[in-house]
Design a protein around this ligand. Structure first.
Ligand SMILES: Nc1nc2c(ncn2[C@@H]2O[C@H](COP(=O)(O)OP(=O)(O)OP(=O)(O)O)[C@@H](O)[C@H]2O)c(=O)[nH]1
Length: 962
């Protein structure tokens, strides 16, 4: 005969299992739980201990003493207030009472069960534990209580064997868990069966833990419990029935292995109760609480059916859901962990604009190349680019994820997120690029000893105010020397030339950059190139110091270039060199006779007077202030001075060798151009085969045209040259994209001031006549600009807007005002590339108004509607896919895809604010269709188009002011 179980005996004796277990322990007999089997002598002992006990039939109705089980449960006491009801119904079944010694935790689990009843059970973690057996019956498990429960119930049944129920005498041979009876494999059934124990208690000998019955081994149960993936998504609840097992996480405590201090989603306030759910406890315990609360609503009588999941779907759902999670296998569980980790990360990240992005510690530096985009930045900090776009938007800047951004924008974003942004300077970028090819010019220079250096000619740039005679002076120098030289005459202009001058009985060479004005200087400086050793500042003696004179000297001084002043037009009447000297003293150029160190030379470019003195002064200044030496015995390095594309010869570049010697046949890379030097010419058009330091030569053989200021050097092979050129090109492209965003524009000037980016509105004024320019400047300077902001005209001039103006605007963040003048196309392109705002006016007051409004932050762009074309609808084709297509003929102008549109019928607007979403010529997509051509026009979701309608297309253009 099968051994009897404690609860069966308890029932027989009319006592609770708990009492039975307690008594047994008292008697010195150790039993693990109410479901433990006991030997005959022990049975006898227990019977002896309750001599008066009257055995009750197993089928007897639940004892009214039912509460007893819940009573002793410590957990019951802790049951959440909302869930008292469940406790009572739970009572009928003493099973959950789990008074068995093995189940002390169950007691605690009970209160934890209450959340089930609380309705949050949908995610009841309880389910996790029994999961192994849940195998796929998630659905049914999710359904409300009345449905037959799913099989994995076994574990719960295990700990609350139905036999424990009062009166639930085991029916021999009846195995409620047996699959053969259509129950055993379904968890709900088992639960129910357990609850229903009074009716169908498992017969003695029936082992609900038997793996053969699809139940988890007790041992496995623990395994399951230890699995961290709390199905409910919250922190693992205390091990269900087992209460907090040693080593098991406290309810609400972070999971082991998770960053303990960080909150988990499950710890969020609205979920705090969930962890208290028992589900993850030992199966039995889990069942207990579930049944407890559940019993009430569904089965007032405490009838088992649905009792265990009394709270209907919630309880069950929770169980099944948890089963589902747990039972769905490790894959699902892992996913859950991952999801949680992500959630955790999200929670620890700052949220701006509703998105979460990782935050830096304020000191971590992120290096970005010029022209980097949000995506590049996101890559570096492992963030979602879209989230960064949102953050930036909330910081008041709009950009797409792939749009190149300028340094300021990155700084704003970086500061917000706790990162220091370091946009690599062009020089650093170049250095990094070259170091990736094992080229380090700095180290090379340092390694050069004095013995390797040889004297080289100074390189001179002539600068000065417009019309003060720069060109004439350069010509004078060249002509004088050419006349004196052996050559028949200079045949071409190559951007630079070298002359020889006898100085203190030695013939010395001087190289002149033959590009008058600031152009070469500013353009090269803008690229970080230093070509000029000495600047000759030309000041017309009859005109004195003018704004561009000041600008020129400012540039030269900023570049640390010594200045020699050529006081020109000395032949003219009214020439007043002393006035010039006096004026320049104010700018730090003090003549030697006044005790300073600046050489002033009186010249007349027109008459060729004072040229030798000027050259003398240049050499003296060079000797005094500079170390004019370079190593000629190495591969050449230098700078491109100017370049052009020649029809017959291809790219022709004038380069100035700065150190080393350039030879025909060398492979060079100059900016984004590369190639082998096919031939070299000097300024006289003569072929040269070598060019040493400070020597300008024209070079043939480059792949394309380098820009003025691009550095060049000799590479070991063509491949290296090509690779460097390509990398530079990519970097330039990015940088150019970054600049597309306007540096500063009138519309956003107030914002720039508010952001502290600027405090001065720099203007460059260009006009058709000097009177207008002066009048404009006077009026502008009279504008009341308010506090904290300044208005500065950094340059004014007569004539078209030149590249030089744009370069100046680039350097000084200025806005160019054109009064009755426009820039040449290439200049406009340059301005576009450099992000320089240019504005054109023909009425002075309009310009003044705009500047005034900009300073007050009130200048906003105005748009006007410009009609593009009209089309007459001839036939409407209906398409379920793309909506109606208007087969039309263009009557005027053009119909352009994506332009705005409206539909007119008998002169009345029947559809407005539309856009030409699709445009076809026959079957082909078209960007635009011209007058008298037929086309198919799709107006998006607007389908109310009819034959005879007119489709009018237009676009909004920024209205020119003035
Ligand atoms: N009398 C006199 N006229 C001179 C002298 N140098 C230049 N000029 C005249 O001044 C005018 C301007 O000379 P440029 O050499 O074109 O002046 P610039 O500074 O190069 O002018 P931009 O190229 O417009 O900046 C010309 O008409 C010259 O003939 C000089 O020494 N004496």
């Amino acid at each position: 005969m099968a051994k009897v179980r404690v609860h069966e005996l308890a029932k027989e004796l009319g006592i609770t299992s708990k009492d039975a277990v307690a008594k047994l322990q008292e008697l010195g007999e150790f039993v693990r739980s109410a479901s433990s089997t006991i030997e005959a002598p022990v049975v006898k002992k227990l019977r002896g201990a309750f001599p008066d006990a009257v055995a009750k039939p197993a089928t007897a109705p639940a004892r009214p003493a039912a509460p007893a089980p819940s009573g002793p449960k410590p957990g019951a006491a802790q049951a959440t207030p909302e869930a008292p009801a469940p406790e009572t119904p739970a009572a009928p079944s003493p099973a959950p009472a789990a008074p068995s010694p093995a189940a002390p935790p169950a007691a605690e689990a009970t209160p934890q069960a209450s959340p089930f009843s609380g309705g949050s059970g949908a995610e009841a973690p309880a389910a996790e534990t029994p999961a192994p057996q849940a195998q796929g019956d998630q659905d049914s498990g999710n359904r409300p209580g009345p449905r037959p429960a799913t099989p994995p119930a076994a574990p719960s049944a295990a700990t609350r064997p139905s036999g424990a129920r009062p009166g639930g005498a085991p029916r021999p041979g009846n195995n409620p868990f047996a699959p053969s009876q259509g129950m055993g494999s379904r968890r709900g059934d088992t639960d129910r069966g357990a609850d229903r124990g009074a009716d169908r208690p498992p017969r003695p000998g029936n082992n609900p833990f038997a793996p053969s019955q699809g139940m988890p081994r007790p041992g496995r149960r623990d395994d399951t419990q230890q699995r961290p993936a709390a199905g409910a998504g919250g922190p693992r609840p205390a091990a269900g029935a087992g209460g907090p097992r040693p080593g098991a996480p406290r309810p609400g405590a972070p999971r082991p292995g998770t960053p303990g201090s960080r909150p988990t989603p499950g710890m969020m306030p609205n979920r705090t109760e969930r962890p208290a759910a028992p589900g993850r406890g030992a199966p039995g315990a889990g069942a207990g609480p579930r049944r407890g609360p559940g019993g009430a609503p569904n089965s007032p009588s405490g009838a088992p059916a649905g009792g265990g999941f009394g709270k209907g779907g919630r309880g069950r759902g929770g169980t099944a859901g948890a089963f589902g999670k747990g039972g769905a296998g490790r894959g699902k569980q892992r996913k859950s962990k991952r999801a949680k980790r992500q959630e955790l990360e999200q929670m620890s990240a700052p949220s701006l604009g509703g998105v979460s992005v990782p935050r830096g510690d304020g000191s971590s530096t992120v290096r970005l190349r010029r022209g980097s985009s949000i995506t590049d930045f996101a890559d570096k900090i492992e963030a979602n680019p879209a989230a960064l776009v949102t953050v930036l938007f909330h910081l008041g800047e709009m950009a797409t994820a792939t749009q190149s951004l300028d340094e300021e924008t990155f700084e704003v974003l970086g500061t917000e997120l706790g990162y220091k942004i370091q946009v690599v300077s062009p020089e650093d970028e170049e250095r990094e690029l070259l170091s990736s090819f094992d080229i380090d010019f700095d180290a090379e220079l340092e390694a050069e000893g004095d013995d390797q250096l040889e004297a080289r000619p100074p390189v001179v740039t002539v600068m000065g105010h417009v019309d003060h005679g720069k060109t004439r002076l350069l010509d004078a120098v060249r002509n004088t020397k050419v006349v004196e030289g052996e050559h028949g005459g200079i045949t071409q202009h190559i951007g630079a030339y070298q002359i020889q001058h006898v100085h203190e009985d030695t013939t010395r060479a001087i190289t002149f950059i033959d590009t008058p004005g600031h152009e070469a200087f500013t353009a090269m400086r803008a690229r970080g190139a230093k070509v000029t050793d000495i600047a000759v500042l030309v000041v017309a003696a009859d005109d004195g110091v003018m704004p561009q004179t000041v600008e020129a000297l400012n540039h030269a001084q900023a570049a640390n270039v010594p200045i020699v002043v050529a006081v020109n037009k000395m032949d003219k009447e009214g020439a007043n060199p002393d006035k010039v000297k006096g004026q320049l003293t104010e700018y730090g150029l003090v003549p030697e006779e006044y005790g300073g160190d600046t050489m002033f030379v009186h010249v007349s470019a027109l008459q060729g007077m004072g040229i030798d003195e000027l050259l003398e002064a240049v050499l003296l200044t060079a000797d005094a202030a500079l170390d004019m030496r370079a190593n000629p015995n190495k591969d050449a390095r230098g700078i491109a001075i100017e370049a052009n594309l020649d029809r017959g010869r291809g790219a022709v570049a004038t380069v100035l060798v700065q150190s080393g010697t350039l030879n025909v046949g060398d492979t060079i890379v100059a900016g984004t151009a590369h190639g082998r030097v096919r031939a070299m010419f000097d300024e006289n058009g003569d072929v040269v085969t070598t060019a040493g330091p400070s020597r300008p030569v024209q070079v043939l053989g480059l792949s394309n045209v380098p820009r003025a200021g691009d550095t060049f050097f000799v590479t070991d092979d063509e491949r290296t040259g090509r690779q460097i050129a390509e990398k530079r090109e990519a970097a330039d492209r990015n940088a150019a994209l970054a600049k597309r965003r306007k540096r500063i524009s009138l519309e956003d000037f107030d914002q720039a001031v508010a952001d502290g980016k600027v405090d001065t509105l720099n203007l460059i004024l260009k006009g058709d006549v000097s009177g207008a320019v002066e009048a404009l400047e006077d009026s502008l300077l009279k504008i009341d600009v308010g506090e904290g902001v300044q208005l500065r005209v950094i340059h004014r001039g007569v004539g078209a807007i030149t590249q030089n103006d744009v370069n100046l605007a680039t350097v000084d963040n200025a806005i160019i005002i054109g009064f009755n003048v426009k820039p040449a196309e290439r200049v406009a392109d340059l301005a576009e590339r450099e992000g320089v705002d240019m504005r054109f006016y023909s009425v002075i007051y309009a310009a003044i108004d705009d500047i005034e409004l900009a300073l007050k932050g009130m200048l906003k762009p105005e748009y006007e509607e410009v009609q593009l074309g009209t089309a007459e609808v001839r036939e409407v084709f209906r398409s379920s896919k793309v909506g109606n297509i208007a087969g039309s003929i263009v009557r005027s102008g053009i119909i352009r895809r994506n332009s705005r549109a409206r539909v007119l019928r008998d002169g009345k607007v029947v559809g407005d604010n539309l856009s030409v979403d699709s445009l076809k010529r026959f079957k082909d997509d078209a960007t635009e269709v011209r007058t008298d051509f037929e086309c198919g026009i799709g107006l998006g979701s607007f389908n109310d188009v009819k034959e005879g309608d007119t489709i009018e297309t237009f676009e909004m253009r920024e209205k020119p002011r003035a």
